[in-house]
Each structure stands twice: as structure tokens, then as C-alpha cells.
Ligand binder design. Structure first.
Ligand code: PMV
Length: 360
């Protein structure tokens, strides 16, 4: 037969927020209750790798394509009306418009997609796997459908990635990235923007301390919903804390002021977990080991008379420590001294990535 296979592969890195996104004002479009800011990590250690394939056959142009998706080797359902389905529909409709204007292009939009994605790190353990996964999906489909050559911008793609997983919109860019909450009801102005490129502050490293690689207890979607519905502290955070913190941390990044960057990063992680505790019923993401790491970093910074490391935790117990290059060895030595068992239980206990870098 006359089958032609079209295929594209992309990777996308994880991003770790220093000002956390927690709360949606629109759950369907995924519009946040506050702006957030993150660092996109190097792809060498934490990344999603996605391949999308589309087979056009001369004998059948399927009218109701059934897309299929494999995550880390296992097939997953693509729920109708779900987020993945929505992203696929948005990408397909962009391709459809381009095909309508260019009759010579193959009609990829009318054929099913087969997508395989894998992470080289624990999935859904609070290590931002949804950010890299959805971002890799959008980047791969954009390549398969040749969207960028036809005028679709990185910002347009970030807007679609956002609808797959909020934090994914930030992984569409490398370096230091803000997700501006926006004001519009249609979400057109709720997009990720670059605060500074990776090259601006290249000697910042992210040390990932894997405290547990188990799936997290409360998924972020359910957790956010509960927090928005019940936490008074969240309302205080949205109105009186995050706007000023976004300004201060952006300035710290522009001025490469690690002390200020560390202060704001740790304060924001603490407030995010306080907001979780303020939720009814409360959400606990940190465990005893997470709290011991917080104490260790606090003591190390106090004894050093300056910020040596900045901790931050997402929706799970694993610590991410931002550290300047000159201090990486010191911090690793101290952590291994206090948690010697970590060297034995994980072959590669600390995935150290030079943060940040480009997104593709
Ligand atoms: O995009 P989601 O639904 O995986 O939510 C991510 C939420 C946090 O990781 C806790 C914070 C953030 O800004 O990444």
C-alpha cells in the first residue's frame, strides 16, 4: 500500500518553580490564581523524551482517528474531554488551518497519532514530570506538524501546553521563566515569558535530593481545588505576597544576587506548604527527611554567614537545592555526611544538573 510514515521526536526538560503556582481561577483553561517563576533545568538528568508518529494511508483517510499514547512503555487511555485530548485537538486544529491554506501539504490532521513518551526520572513524584511531559508532547507535535515554519510562535505553543498542565507552559522556554497569570477570561494573556536566558546566570546548579520516588499522595489538580475552596492563607498569598515576590526575585535574577534569590525561594516554598497545611482537610507533602534537609540548609547558611543553598519543594517530599557552582562540592559533602545512607540506597543519589539551559 501507499502508507507514508511521518515521525518527530523531541525532548523537554523539567522546570522547578521558585515562586509556586498553586490554585486555578479557571479549571478548564488552566488559568492560575497567581503568577509563578521557575528555572528550566538541563536536559541531561531530568527530561521527557517523546516521539509522535502519524501514518497516512492512501486507502483510508480515517474520519474518526483514534489516537494512542504510551507512557514509560505502558499504554494510557486518552480520556475524552481530558487535558491530553484537549492538547491534541488544539494542535490538530492548528495543522488543519495550515493544510487548508496549503493544499500541497500532506493531510496529517486527519490521521491518528501514536505517541510514546518516557521520563528518565520518577514520574508523578513531585519532580514536575507533568511539566516536561506535556511540554515535550507539544514540542513534538509542533515539529511533526511543522507548525513553527507556518507562523505558530513559541508563545502560542506555551498557551496550549498550559492547557495540558499549568506548569508545562514554563518548560517551553529555557532559562529563567515567568508565567504571568494574565487577566483575560479566555487565557490569551496567561503565558510564559523569559525573564533571563540560561546564559545570564550559568553557574547556578540544581541538586535533586530524591527522598522518595513513590507517586505523590494528593495529585496537584485535586490539591489545588481543595486549597482554593478552603484556604484563607491562599487569598492572602495571592493578594499580598506573590506580586511583590515576583518583582523581587526577578530583580535578584537580573542582578545575580544569590542571597536574595535564596531568601525568596525558601520563603515561597515554605508558604506554599503552609497553604497546603491551611487546606481543609490538610495536605502534607513534606516528610521527616524533607524537614531535616530544611534544618540542615538553614544551619549551613547560618554558620556560613551567607546563603550557600536554597531549598524548594513541590508537591512531594523531594528537595531541590539551588546552589552556586563554587558551593556544589561543599553542599554535597554536607548532605552526604548527614544522610550517608542515601549514597547506598540510590546508585546516583544526587542528579546534579547545571541549571538552566535551553528547552529543546
Ligand atoms: O502543573 P501542575 O498541575 O503539575 O502543578 C504544579 C504545581 C507545583 O509544582 C507544586 C508548583 C509549580 O509552580 O510548579
Amino acid at each position: 500500500s501507499q502508507d507514508t510514515v511521518y515521525q518527530a521526536t523531541c525532548t523537554a526538560p523539567v522546570n522547578i518553580a521558585v515562586v509556586k503556582y498553586w490554585g486555578k481561577r479557571d479549571t478548564s483553561l488552566i488559568l492560575p490564581t497567581n503568577s509563578s517563576l521557575s528555572v528550566t533545568l538541563s536536559q541531561d538528568h531530568l527530561r521527557s523524551l517523546t516521539t509522535a508518529r502519524c501514518i497516512t494511508s492512501s486507502t483510508s483517510t480515517s474520519t474518526s482517528p483514534r489516537d494512542r499514547l504510551w507512557l514509560n512503555g505502558d499504554e494510557e487511555d486518552i480520556n475524552e474531554g481530558g487535558r491530553t485530548a484537549r492538547c491534541l485537538a488544539e494542535m490538530r486544529s492548528l495543522r488543519q488551518k495550515i493544510e487548508a491554506d496549503n493544499s500541497s501539504l500532506p493531510k496529517l490532521s486527519s490521521h491518528p497519532l501514536h505517541i510514546a513518551s518516557e521520563n528518565n526520572f520518577p514520574t508523578a513524584a513531585g519532580l514536575a514530570s507533568s511539566a516536561s511531559g506535556l511540554s515535550a508532547l507539544i514540542a513534538t507535535l509542533a515539529r511533526l506538524y511543522d507548525l513553527e515554519a507556518h507562523g505558530v510562535s513559541q508563545s502560542d505553543l506555551s498557551r496550549i501546553a498550559r492547557q495540558g498542565s499549568g506548569s508545562a507552559c514554563r518548560s517551553m522556554f529555557g532559562g529563567y521563566v515567568a508565567w504571568e497569570q494574565g487577566e483575560r477570561a479566555d487565557g490569551a494573556d496567561s503565558v510564559a515569558v523569559e525573564v533571563a536566558p540560561a546564559s545570564h546566570w550559568p553557574d547556578l546548579h540544581a541538586l535533586i535530593l530524591v527522598v522518595s520516588d513513590k507517586k505523590k499522595g494528593t495529585p496537584s489538580t485535586a490539591g489545588m481545588q481543595r486549597t482554593v475552596a478552603t484556604s484563607a492563607l491562599l487569598q492572602h498569598r495571592i493578594k499580598h505576597v506573590v506580586p511583590e515576590r515576583m518583582d523581587r526575585i526577578s530583580r535578584a535574577i537580573r542582578e545575580r544576587d544569590f542571597d536574595q534569590f535564596a531568601l525568596e525561594t525558601m520563603a515561597d516554598s515554605n508558604q506554599f506548604h503552609a497553604v497546603c497545611l491551611d487546606t481543609v482537610p490538610p495536605i502534607f507533602y513534606l516528610n521527616d527527611v524533607s524537614r531535616a534537609v530544611i534544618q540542615l540548609v538553614t544551619e549551613l547558611n547560618r554558620a556560613s554567614g551567607r546563603a550557600v543553598a536554597a531549598y524548594t519543594y513541590d508537591a512531594g517530599p523531594n528537595a531541590v537545592l539551588y546552589v552556586q557552582e563554587k558551593d556544589v562540592k561543599l553542599v554535597l559533602d554536607v548532605v552526604l555526611q548527614y544522610f550517608p545512607q542515601s549514597a547506598a540506597s540510590f546508585p546516583d543519589p544526587f542528579a546534579t544538573g547545571v541549571a538552566p539551559t535551553g528547552s529543546k
